[in-house]
Write a protein that binds this ligand. Structure first.
Ligand code: WTA
Length: 567
């Protein structure tokens, strides 16, 4: 029996106080995500239950019970407090998927600071704009990533501490740097939680838009109500499950469902901190007897590409339930997974701003491959006309996805950017910025984004950020960055570049520019292709028209070009 039971019944009798009651939370009382994800599970008699099984790239393993989670997060919270870090200050987590990342997240929340996770493959420029925007007080990292922080340290007087979790013992560290060894630190059994309430800020995740710098999405402790219940009903987490969420906590799936949804449900989860290979993933599932697997379309397409033969080498019979997020899940991938694993991947739709799953397929519901499914109970979602902002009267029309605000894990604002936040609402609807249609049975069919943001392998990349980085390269005069189709990643970054006088396009220059962006921003943001051209298409007022370049890449109609300068 699935946790949700009957979808229709849940929709008709829904109230968020179902989750509040299960979590013993009463409005007005304290709520602390760090406590709910560790101490509370211990209090329920499960302190000896395995919470986290971690495997490194060399196959080495570490295990933590819920009591270990409790003690170690207390210890980290205590350490941060002893450094003088204050509640409400931002503490950045900048690490690979190591145990300190998961447990550090809980520790930060316990002492009342705001956790700011950043993807460890970010280069110094990506890191700087996000730390600068948040005026971050401390960053927790590994020694292999410390050089990227040191490079920008002088520009960040507000960053008082760089905490290194694997520093060489006895080796002196430069000013503002401090070592913290979680395994060796004296464990703190009794920790006085900072009194956090429903609306106390918890997590600050950065996400990319078409224009301007990345935006800090502010979440609060009350978000747990949504994360707990969606993890329970959609991911269907059950007492005996071994759960594997493949996402990195540098992005929202890795925190909402790789930390908060998972641990608040008291489940055992495993983490693989290694690069992708089909063999290694199947081996991991077999070894740890994974039963619930939450992954992403790009990974699924990579597995499809690796072929069906490799699957036969492994016993994957423990898999009970599969789900996917981050990009459109094409029907071929759903049908393929049913064939090879005996279960379809259930598509789930949501975003950093929504904090939890919004539109989704549920265990037990009729699955239409290629559809995102239906709104989570308690979520009012529809598709509206982009001009009138009114829902369509009949099914099948393509418009903007629109959600009625008010669910617990909705973002509370963009950090220091209330205007952009307010701009996300029309006519009482929150607009995630995606286009879809709804069929007559109420299923949502994703069409595309409503902006120029590139979704590469489930990661959002801002063309603006890449263009800004390109402009800093000595050879580049102007640039326009668009998505280019790709079988595995769905989209990859492509840059059109005009060169400064004295430079000519060549393979070497190509590589040099690619590497320049990779180091500054990240491997995801690196253009996979650079096309040198003489002129970029522009409007008469001089604005670069990405739309034209995009249409060319996708073999689409170019549309109205009447305002073009140079055609
Ligand atoms: C896209 C990731 C199609 C969408 C949780 C959304 C999807 C953005 C799906 C959010 C899906 C996410 N089908 N597209 N099932 N899920 N997206 O903020 O454009 O990194 O707005 O959050 O990814 O990406 P984000």
């Amino acid at each position: 029996m699935s946790n949700i039971g009957s979808y229709d019944e849940r929709v008709n009798n829904f109230n968020w106080d179902i989750a509040e009651k299960e979590l013993d939370f009463k409005p007005g009382n304290m709520i602390n995500i760090g406590w709910y994800c560790s101490d509370r599970i211990c209090r329920m008699g499960k302190s000896g239950k395995t919470a986290l099984i971690w495997e490194g790239s060399a196959g080495n393993e570490k295990r933590y019970t819920y009591d270990d989670l409790r003690l170690n997060s207390n210890t980290i919270g205590h350490f941060l407090r002893s450094l003088g870090i204050m509640p409400g200050e931002r503490v950045c987590l900048f690490m690979d998927k190591i145990p300190e990342l998961y447990i550090g997240f809980l520790g930060i929340l316990k002492m009342g600071a705001i956790a700011q996770p950043l993807f460890s493959a970010f280069g110094d420029e990506s890191l700087f704009v996000r730390l600068d925007n948040a005026q971050t007080t401390a960053i927790i990292t590994q020694k292999k990533h410390a050089p990227k922080v040191r490079k920008i340290m002088d520009k960040m007087p507000y960053l008082k501490h760089m905490i290194i979790v694997d520093a060489d013992p006895g080796k002196p560290l430069p000013e503002r740097e401090v070592a913290f060894d979680m395994e060796r630190a004296e464990k703190i059994d009794r920790f006085e939680l900072h009194p956090t309430y429903a609306e106390t800020a918890s997590v600050l995740h950065y996400t990319s838009g078409t224009t301007g710098q990345p935006k800090g999405v502010k979440h609060v402790h009350y978000s747990l109500i949504s994360q707990y219940l969606t993890a329970k009903w959609v991911l269907d987490l059950q007492e005996s499950d071994i759960y594997w969420c493949t996402a990195d906590p540098g992005w929202v799936t890795g925190t909402s469902y790789g930390i908060m949804g998972a641990f608040s449900n008291g489940v055992t989860q495993c983490v693989l901190d290694a690069g992708f290979s089909a063999d290694n993933w199947y081996r991991f599932i077999e070894k740890h007897k994974v039963s619930m697997w939450y992954s992403a379309p790009t990974a699924i397409r990579s597995l499809m590409k690796a072929g069906d033969e490799v699957i036969k080498k492994y016993d994957l019979s423990t898999l009970r339930h599969l789900a996917s997020v981050g990009e459109p899940l094409n029907s071929e991938a759903v049908i393929w997974s049913e064939k090879v694993f005996g279960k379809p991947f259930l598509d789930t739709y949501w975003q950093t701003e929504t904090g939890s799953i919004m539109i989704t397929n549920f265990p037990g519901m009729k699955i239409k491959p290629g559809s995102m499914g239906k709104p989570f109970p308690g979520i009012t979602a529809t598709v509206i006309d982009a001009e009138t902002f009114e829902p369509f009267a009949e099914p099948g029309k393509i418009g903007l996805i629109a959600i009625r605000p008010g669910w617990p894990s909705m973002m509370r604002t963009y950090w220091n950017n209330e205007t952009t936040y307010q701009n996300k609402f029309r006519n009482g609807w929150y607009l995630p910025g995606d286009r879809s249609s709804i069929d007559k049975e109420g299923y949502f069919w994703f069409v595309g984004r409503d902006d120029d943001v590139i979704n590469t392998g489930g990661h959002l990349v801002s063309p603006f950020e890449v263009e800004s980085a390109l402009l800093e390269h000595p050879a580049v005069a102007e640039s326009a960055v668009v998505a280019k189709p790709d079988f595995v990643n769905m989209e990859v970054v492509k840059a059109f570049v005009t060169l400064k006088p004295g430079f000519t396009g060549s393979k070497d220059l190509d590589l040099d520019i690619m590497n320049f962006v990779r180091k500054k921003l990240s491997p995801l943001a690196m253009p996979q292709e650079i096309e040198f051209i003489d002129n970029l298409p522009k409007t008469r007022s001089g604005k670069i028209m990405r739309r034209i370049l995009h249409a060319k890449e996708w073999g689409e109609e170019i549309g109205d070009t009447s305002t073009l300068e140079n055609d």
